[in-house]
Every structure is written in structure tokens, then in C-alpha cells.
Write a protein that binds this ligand. Structure first.
Ligand SMILES: O=C(O)CCC(=O)C(=O)O
Ligand SMILES: [Fe+2]
Length: 226
């Protein structure tokens, strides 16, 4: 399941990110790649331990923490500190799969990558190419969202970033360990939660809405690891 989460960052926050990133130093993206993806990866990143990554990562984590769509879709237990990449003209990232386990630098913590996220920091009209292509069970999905929006997709999917042919594509990317490891169970909970929210919006509180909310929490209790 691939989900678009609109307006994770407001336009002034995107602008702030870009200003900070413009002044940051960029290094070869291979520094955080696994053995296979290292061969496929050709982009730039800012170092994980830089002040810029820390400051912007905190802004993004704060926003995600209060985003109802992200919370409902990801049911996050841990979010990997956001990283920042860019693809200038000719850069791309060939087909790969993200590492299953990522140690968080500087702390004794590992994140199991259940979900991958890309948060777009460049408006789609400012570059050509650069689509994130995700191999879903329904076929290939080509993703290029507005600046401030993010895509959340199963980290089990093979994916690639097409070569940029004009301009430069800037993003933040990170991984999420979900409280609900199984993707189908997570998708069922997301569907149920979405239906309950829409039922409440249409008809207010009702006996049925209360019962369904109970079902949601009882399933979550069965399936969640915290
Ligand atoms: O740039 C992107 O959207 C995805 C980056 C990616 O797949 C990765 O770093 O593993
Ligand atoms: Fe990836």
C-alpha cells in the first residue's frame, strides 16, 4: 500500500529547509547505502551527524508526530532520524531494496524498516525526471508529489529514482518501524480507522461508531508490539 500524506510541511517550512540545505555541505550518498544499493546509488546527501540534518530532522519529526494521517497509516513505534538527499542533472538511484535493520547513529537503538518515506522538498515543476518508482503488487507506481507532501510505502518494495534530466530534486527520506509489523494488518487498521473517522464526520457520535472504535482498539491490542 502506497499512501500520499499531504502537507507534512507547510510552504514556509519547506522554504526554511531549502535555505538550510543550500548552506549545508553535500557528500556522496553512498555513505548510508548497503552493499547492493551502493552500486545503484548516485546522488548527494548531507552528513547524518550535521547540525543541518539534526535541526531539519527535528522539524520533520515534530510535524509527523502531530499528523493524523501519518499516525493512522504508519502506527509508528520508531522513526529513523530523517536524512536529506538531492539528485542533480544526470543523478539517479537504480532499483534496490532498503536494508531491513538500521542502527541509529550515536544511540543504542535499531530501527526495523517496515515503511519507507520520501518527503518532497522541490516543487515538481522545478525538475524533470526524478520520479520515485515503486514496484507494488499492482504494478509500478510513479511518484512525484508537491513540495511538503510525502509518500509512505512498504520497505519490502523494490524501488528506484529515475535520472533527473533538468533541475535538481531535493527530498528528506527516512524509515519507520511500525507497532504493527504485518503490512496487511496495518492496512486493515488504516482502512477501519479511515471509515470510522468518516462515519463520525457524517453522522456524529453513534452507538455504531463507538462499537467500531472498540473493534479498532481491540485489533490494535492484538497486533501491536510496543
Ligand atoms: O530519494 C528517494 O526518494 C528515495 C531514496 C532511497 O530510496 C534510499 O535512499 O534508499
Ligand atoms: Fe531506498
Amino acid at each position: 500500500m502506497l499512501i500520499r500524506i499531504p502537507e507534512v510541511l507547510l510552504s514556509e517550512e519547506v522554504a526554511h529547509c531549502r535555505t538550510v540545505l543550500e548552506a549545508a555541505s553535500w557528500v556522496d550518498g553512498k555513505v548510508t547505502a548497503g552493499a547492493q544499493s551502493r552500486e545503484a546509488k548516485q546522488n548527494l546527501q548531507i552528513p547524518q551527524n550535521s547540525e543541518a540534518a539534526r535541526e531539519l530532522g527535528e522539524i520533520i519529526l515534530r510535524r509527523l508526530g502531530t499528523n493524523p494521517a501519518f499516525t493512522s497509516a504508519a502506527l509508528p513505534l520508531r522513526v529513523y532520524p530523517p536524512l536529506f538527499n538531492r539528485y542533480d542533472e544526470g543523478m539517479h538511484f537504480g532499483t534496490h531494496i532498503d536494508n531491513a535493520i538500521r542502527p541509529v547513529p550515536g544511540v543504542n537503538l535499531r530501527v526495523r524498516t517496515d515503511l519507507s518515506g520520501t518527503l518532497f522538498l522541490t516543487a515538481p515543476e522545478d525538475y524533470d525526471g526524478g520520479e520515485l518508482v515503486i514496484e507494488d503488487t499492482y504494478g509500478e507506481q510513479r511518484v512525484k508529489f508537491s513540495a511538503g507532501d510525502m509518500v509512505l510505502y512498504p520497505a519490502t518494495s523494490r524501488h528506484r529514482v529515475e535520472a533527473v534530466t533538468r533541475g535538481s530534486r531535493w527530498c528528506s527520506f527516512f524509515w519507520i518501524q511500525s507497532m504493527v509489523r504485518d503490512g496487511e494488518a496495518r492496512a486493515t487498521l488504516f482502512d477501519l480507522d479511515t471509515a470510522i473517522q468518516s462515519l463520525r464526520a457524517k453522522s456524529g457520535e453513534s452507538e455504531e461508531a463507538v462499537r467500531l472504535t472498540g473493534v479498532y482498539h481491540n485489533l490494535l491490542r492484538r497486533w501491536a508490539e510496543v
